[in-house]
Structure formats: C-alpha cells, structure tokens
Design a protein around this ligand. Structure first.
Ligand code: ADP
Ligand code: MG
Length: 240
C-alpha cells in the first residue's frame, strides 16, 4: 500500500456565490490518489463531488488549499500549464458522455489528438492516429460502431466511446465522474469491468466518483464525501 502518490489535495475549500450569499461546498478536502490503484469517491447528489473533480482536473481553482500532481503544484499554475497538465496526464469521463454530436465515434476518439497537437503535427501523423483510434475502439468493443454518431449509439456504447477518447492520449490518471450513473445495472457493470481491465493491464490509475455504495466499496481505496469533507474514517483498503 505504499505506491507512489500521483495526485494529492490538501485542505481544499470552494464556495459558490448566489445572490451575494456564500454557499460553501468543499470545506477542507484532503485526498491522496496512489499510482495503479482504483480510488472511489462516494457521496450523495449535491455533496460536491463534481466540484472537487473540476478542481482536480484544473478546470477550476480552489478558494483555499493546494493540489499537487506527481509533486508539482498545479492549482496556482498558469492557465497554459494547467491545460498542459490536463492534456498530458489526465483522461476525463462524465456521466453524460459529452461526445460531440456531429462527429462519429472514430472522430470523437480522434478529437483529443487534434486538440493536444498542432494541426500540422496531427495531419503528418494522421495514419498513426487513426490506427491508434481503431485500436482504442477495438479495446472498448466498439470498432463495429466506428462510423456511428452518438445519436445512433446506446448509452453503454456512448460511454465506451468516451472511454476510448479519454484514453487516446495515453494518460496516467483517469478521472471518471459517475461513469455508470446514467446506465442500467448490467450495462454499468460492463463499463466498470472495462475500466478494471485498463487498471489491471495498463496500470491505469483511476479516481472514480459514484453515488453507489456497492460500486464504491469494490475499489482499492474509498473516500466518502459528507458535509463538504472527506471522511477519512471510511477509507477502506482492499490491498495489502
Ligand atoms: P455532486 O457532483 O456531488 O452532485 P456538485 O459538485 O455538482 O455535487 O454540487 C455541489 C453543490 O454546489 C450543489 O449544491 C450545487 O447546487 C452547487 N453548485 C455546483 N456548481 C455550481 C455553480 N456553478 N454555481 C453555483 N452553485 C453550484
Ligand atoms: Mg456530480
């Protein structure tokens, strides 16, 4: 249980403001994500899980506290450094997939490379990129849907496409915000097993948000969010 700390949050606080009234959401979050493990974050709807994920993905800044990725402080880094941190190290998936509706599964999977590389670089490596996208679609079991648009896919298929897209840039850490929250139990189970395969075979570190206790407790490490804090007493470890 001494694997390296990949992502660490210390004393994160975040409030929203509504009609000049401060609404505290995160009240001092400490969290540690270790390499190669699956860590879950469980909590009721509205408890602040997505807010925390946005901070960890450097999509938003905390009001207080620090976030380190592999020892480097990222919460107060420049916007370009924060974008680079996200593009180079993270894969992100969401409950509602967030696929681009006009693009096919293949084009959605290719999109992150077009964003993270210059257009010239992308076009000169187009063949390689397409090969990798095909391999990713194959791994998530979606090669037969490569030309389908999101509207022509089921929820489970859309989530598979989103996973392939998130892993296209070979990130070391996957942040998943309720990836099974919009799926029936069986389809959700398939998606969890797929994520598990990437964890085991590629040593992909995963931080997964869920509101489902049963899912949360299957992880190597589980944090519970209550009243804007993570209850460290409920950290539960399945690994020696
Ligand atoms: P969860 O993901 O656990 O369901 P969220 O992080 O989405 O919770 O939201 C936590 C709380 O913060 C909720 O009460 C929500 O209404 C509020 N909230 C989230 N985003 C915003 C925002 N952009 N502006 C104001 N309040 C927000
Ligand atoms: Mg949420």
């Amino acid at each position: 249980m001494n694997s390296e700390i990949v992502l660490e949050a210390q004393q994160l606080k975040k409030s929203y403001h509504k009609d000049r009234i401060e609404v505290p959401v995160l009240r001092g979050i400490d969290l540690c994500v270790r390499r190669g493990l699956v860590t879950t974050l469980v909590g009721r709807s509205g408890s602040g899980k997505s807010t925390l994920m946005h901070l960890l993905a450097a999509l938003d800044r905390p009001d207080h506290g620090q976030i380190h990725f592999c020892g480097e402080r990222i919460d107060n880094a420049s916007r370009s450094r924060r974008d680079a941190y996200r593009n180079q190290n993270l894969g992100v998936i969401f409950q509602f997939y967030h696929l681009l509706p006009e693009l096919s599964a293949m084009e959605n999977v290719l999109a992150p490379l077009m964003i993270s590389q210059s257009l010239i670089h992308y076009f000169s490596n187009r063949k390689e990129a397409k090969k990798r996208a095909e391999a990713m679609l194959d791994r998530v079991g979606l090669l037969h849907r490569a030309t389908h648009k999101p509207s022509e896919m089921s929820g489970g298929e859309m989530q598979r496409a989103a996973i392939a897209r998130a892993l296209m840039t070979n990130p070391s850490l996957l942040l998943a915000d309720e990836p099974t929250g919009n799926l029936d139990t069986d389809t959700g189970g398939d998606i969890l097993r797929l994520l598990d395969t990437f964890n085991r075979d590629d040593n992909l570190t995963i931080l997964m948000i869920t509101h489902d206790d049963a899912i949360a407790k299957k992880a190597d490490q589980c944090y519970r969010m209550t009243d804007g804090k993570l209850n460290t007493e409920s950290i539960h470890l399945n690994v020696a």
